[in-house]
Design a protein around this ligand. Structure first.
Ligand SMILES: Cc1ncc(COP(=O)(O)O)c(C=O)c1O
Length: 446
């Protein structure tokens, strides 16, 4: 068998040579059923052999258009050139030492880069971890150590991960929490700004949330407030303008650590380095992962140096956190973002997607909302003329897109949101073709 090469050199085309999934993927799926726990679900069971630019190639030779980026991870493109080059160099040099035993430059380089690109020009430090959930857990640890307080404020529709503490912080029961309790304590939920459903201004929604946190938890008990500046799994809800700054101001005034969870929205995805940048909000701590390392597992907490340093030596870390290969990948991904101005590219992609989605909405009253920023866009499907979620239609459209060779994802508390997260390396014509397929899927399922 010839060597499989993915990356930016792959032919950028949608090309189906079998049904989706084809026979080779179907056989592989049988093996998955035998060997992989059923709890590990799969959205689109094609088995991947290569990917790059805006396509994913499967075991049957089908070439599908990628509108998911492995859930906002391969923003710089799959197997992007600078990522693979630096990863190859690093694996040839050494693969692991454990930074807590014998350190290396790559870890420090990533932390220095994070200080540069995250919001605010104050002195910052970082600590590196393996997954987004681990970063969120550590941000909470740091804020508790810094404030001497216990309580954690989170929001309706939030998603922060699947570990015990982050399950408590995540809002949606099924599939993330069901049957997995008891959950960590001292986590309190406040209402979010959800313009489609509450019609409130940002200031009014912030006042409502602050009232809940103040009266039901108390500022003297709150270590931190953790918020996704644009929701991820919860439905790509963009809080009304003014909500995030008002919340940040209230946190600052009351000594509460304001934590922006930018794990899904960070690293050029929304057309800025971070979603917080849009309203100039400067969080005390930022959690990042996903898009940071071009597909390798790496996560970080970055924040005010004095806050980060409030933890005793040895209090933060982990065997693999900031693995040298993952750090090399992150440095490669950052190189791609800077060299190709991927924040600018995300804005262009966003304009193109908005054009397609606004047109689609005009012909399909089931689309109650078009929202998002940059290359992080979504549509929410509701029974026409209402805000009653239509998850069945979202599932039908999603399945039709998959059958036609476009990798799409849903999300949202009610499963009725269709989200679009193309790699920023996708060519315009392929993006347009994908939205043509989405439009056909709406027609076919009407
Ligand atoms: C906003 C947000 N926080 C945290 C997480 C958890 O990240 P991970 O799956 O890497 O643990 C996710 C993952 O989707 C996320 O979108």
């Amino acid at each position: 068998m010839s060597a499989i090469t993915g990356g930016p050199g792959l032919p950028q085309q949608r090309r189906l040579v079998t049904d989706i999934p084809g026979p080779a993927s179907a056989a592989a799926l049988e093996r998955k059923r035998t060997h992989v726990a059923d709890g590990v679900g799969t959205v689109l069971p094609i088995f991947v052999t290569a990917a790059g630019g805006g396509v994913i190639i499967d075991a049957d030779g089908n070439s599908l258009i990628d509108l998911g980026s492995g859930i906002a991870v391969t923003s710089v493109g799959n197997a992007a050139a600078a990522v693979t080059r630096r990863v190859h160099e690093q694996v040839d040099a050494f693969t692991h030492t454990c930074f807590m035993v014998t350190p290396y430059d790559g870890y420090v380089d990533v932390c220095a880069a994070l200080a540069e690109v995250t919001p605010g020009d104050h002195a910052k430090k970082s600590a590196l971890f393996n997954s987004g959930a681990e970063a969120v857990e550590n941000a909470v640890k740091i804020s508790r150590a810094a404030t001497g307080r216990d309580a954690v404020g989170v929001f309706d529709h939030a998603y922060h991960g699947r570990t015990n503490l982050t399950m408590a912080m995540t809002a949606k029961n099924m599939p993330y929490k069901h049957g997995f309790g008891p959950f960590a304590g001292e986590v309190y939920r406040a209402p979010l700004s959800y313009p489609l459903r509450d019609g409130l201004s940002g200031e009014a929604a912030a006042a409502r949330a602050i009232d809940v946190l103040d009266k039901q938890v108390g500022v003297d008990n709150l270590a931190c407030v953790v918020i996704e500046p644009i929701l991820g799994e919860g439905g790509f809800v963009v809080p009304a303008e003014g909500f995030l700054p008002a919340l940040a101001e209230w946190c600052t005034a009351n000594g509460i650590v304001y934590i922006a969870d930018e794990i899904q929205s960070g690293f050029c995805r929304t057309g800025d380095w971070f979603a917080c940048d849009h309203e100039g909000v400067v969080p005390d701590l930022v959690t990042t992962a996903k898009g940071m390392a071009g597909g390798l597992p790496l996560a970080a907490v970055t924040g005010r140096a004095e806050l980060m340093d409030s933890v005793h030596v040895g209090g933060l870390g982990g065997t693999y956190g900031g693995n040298p290969v993952a750090c090399a990948a992150a440095l490669g991904a950052l190189e791609e973002m800077r060299t190709h101005d991927l924040a600018g590219r995300a804005r262009t992609i966003g304009e193109r997607m908005s054009g397609h989605l606004d047109k689609l909405r005009a012909g399909h009253p089931v689309i109650a909302d078009v929202r998002g920023r940059g290359a992080m866009m979504a549509i929410e499907l509701c029974k026409p003329g209402t805000t009653e979620p239509d998850a069945a239609r979202a599932a039908a459209v999603n399945a039709a897109c998959h059958r036609a060779g476009v990798v799409t994802l849903t999300c949202g508390t009610w499963g009725n949101v269709f989200r679009f997260l193309p790699p920023l390396s996708i060519p315009d014509d392929l993006l347009d073709e994908a939205f043509g397929v989405v439009a056909e899927a709406f027609m076919a399922t009407a």
